[in-house]
Ligand binder design. Structure first.
Ligand code: PEP
Ligand code: MG
Length: 325
């Protein structure tokens, strides 16, 4: 099968009725980049920058981060690279950063909440990202946004980082695209208010499912409740997709759900136009997308939204997929 899938590398992820999706790779370490290219990924849709901070005693400074981001951007030309700012806390441990003990870290100082408190780390990272943006198409994305104030504060710091580079006469892309992860229930519920603030959304289903369903993503005792096809998740995704399209911004997904072929039709129906996934998943998703029409996805979705349980949705989808493939 792997050999058979190779033909998809050069082909666009285009439906039979002519809708183009963009499939990109998720990257944690720079050495995963060749796999994105080898599997025909259109750039990197999620660079999890916290992985740069994993070696104790070696937190990368501005120049070091800049070199890493620049190399990444250059390797992906002409496709873009979306760098997510540091997402620590919750289930993400970074040895360099002493987070205070919290009773409930998943709901604590994590993602952008941490970055907005520790300005210096974020400013260093933003300068490095901005400098890299003059060497390829770089985008910046903020994790764990739960309200409009946070994204405004992030954009404010980004402007300050630009001003600092201006003072140093260092170049950057002044039109750098700014996006946010939609991974909290509040962000999903106010997607229409967040959309005008940014150039793109990327849905982090790993966290969105955890928070919407109140199911710890790493807790085996409640793993049976972690259901991507729960009606609440489908409705949340629909709200996000609708809000993004209405504001005419790009709506992507970079959680694990984006790379699962059984969800391909649903994601098409929801109107997601960028899916970012583990590189190895790209060819299979492309193969499915090239064999269906977006309208098929829309029709399927319409039949799913009123089903009461994840298992009802899942049975319906599996039957539809079995009928088609
Ligand atoms: C997500 O939450 O879906 C996501 C992509 O981010 P992470 O898995 O790094 O939290
Ligand atoms: Mg997340």
């Amino acid at each position: 099968l792997e050999k058979e899938l190779e033909v998809y590398r050069e082909l666009p992820a285009q439906t039979l009725d002519g809708h183009r999706l963009i499939l990109r790779g998720n990257v944690e370490l720079a050495r995963e980049v060749p796999a994105v290219l080898a599997h025909g990924g259109a750039g990197v849709g999620l660079f999890r920058s916290e992985f740069l901070f994993l070696n104790p005693g070696q937190a990368p400074g501005e120049d070091e981060q800049f070199e890493i981001y620049r190399e990444l951007a250059q390797k992906m030309i002409p496709e873009p690279v979306t760098i997510r700012t540091l997402d620590v806390g919750g289930d993400k441990f970074v040895p360099e950063i002493n987070l205070s003990e919290e009773d409930n870290p998943a709901m604590g100082l994590r993602g952008v909440r941490f970055s907005l408190k520790e300005h210096n780390l974020l400013m260093t990272q933003l300068r490095a990202i901005l400098r890299a943006s003059s060497f390829g198409e770089v985008r910046v994305m903020f994790p764990m946004i739960s309200g409009v104030d946070e994204i405004r504060a992030c954009k404010d710091l980004l402007r300050q980082a630009c001003a600092q580079l201006d003072e140093r006469n260092q170049s950057y892309d002044a039109d750098i695209k700014i996006g946010i992860m939609i991974e909290t229930p509040s962000a999903a519920l106010i997607a229409d208010l967040l959309a005008p603030e940014v150039d793109f959304f990327s849905v982090g289903t790993n966290d969105l499912i955890q928070y919407c369903l109140a199911v710890d993503r790493g807790n085996e005792h409640v793993a049976y409740l972690y259901e991507p096809l729960h009606p609440a998740i489908l409705r949340a995704l629909k709200m996000i997709g609708d809000a993004g399209r209405k504001a005419d911004i790009e709506v992507g997904m970079c959680g694990e759900m984006a790379g699962e072929p059984v969800y391909a039709l649903i994601l098409l129906g929801l109107g997601f136009n960028e899916l970012s996934m583990n590189a190895a998943c790209i060819p299979r998703m492309k193969r499915i997308i090239r064999q269906v029409r977006r309208q098929d996805g829309e029709e399927l979705l319409a039949q799913l939204l009123d089903l009461p349980r994840a298992r009802d949705v899942s049975r319906f989808v599996e039957e539809e997929m079995a009928r088609r493939f």
